[in-house]
Design a protein around this ligand. Structure first.
Ligand code: FES
Ligand code: FES
Length: 169
């Protein structure tokens, strides 16, 4: 018999309390229980990044996160990024640079880029950051490395990098 638990999360500024099977992933909480279908289920195995959301300000694969493990967390999805009538700067840059084709990976790419820019601002180095660098810069190779967990089957990578580069400037 399924084990049930009450999970309360703040999703895009709105408190949600749900009684869930303890095996429910955060991705299923968002998509199946709250109807927020922006985060996509690409692989459901932590391999594609299509499900990326922000958990307490940090990017994470929602398909690998158990909802019960994030009771009390603050979640931001692609639906929560825009500010009233104006898109988030990354959303605007993706449109400007034509950084998608089918768009399936795009919510995850954008949420991941938001988290990634925060990591750079906090001074977190990546695998390709020059050892000993005072602070990591954000050239194209840094962006490619830092965004490598987000797969785009349409191959829109050059435009994704250009969009993120513009916002980082
Ligand atoms: S659906 Fe989560 S990483 Fe692919
Ligand atoms: S735009 Fe189609 S998967 Fe990235």
């Amino acid at each position: 018999m399924a084990e049930l638990a009450t999970v309360t999360v703040l999703v895009n500024g709105r408190e949600e309390s749900l009684v869930l099977d303890t095996r429910t992933s955060l991705l299923d909480l968002l998509r199946e229980h709250l109807g927020l279908t922006g985060a996509k289920k690409g692989c459901d195995h932590g391999q594609c990044g299509a499900c990326t959301v922000l958990i307490d300000g940090l990017r994470a694969n929602a398909c690998l996160a158990l909802a019960v493990a994030h009771d009390g967390a603050e979640i931001v999805t692609i639906e929560g990024l825009a500010d009233a009538d104006s898109p988030h700067p990354l959303q605007a840059a993706f449109i400007e640079h034509d950084a998608f084709q089918c768009g399936y990976c795009t919510p995850g790419q954008i949420c991941s880029a938001v988290g990634m820019l925060g990591e750079v601002e906090a001074g977190w180095p990546s695998y390709v950051t020059e050892p000993g660098a005072a602070e990591p810069g954000l050239d194209a190779s840094e962006i490619r490395e830092r965004m490598s967990g987000n797969i785009c089957r349409c191959g829109a990578y050059p435009n994704i990098v250009a969009a993120i580069e513009e916002v980082s400037r």
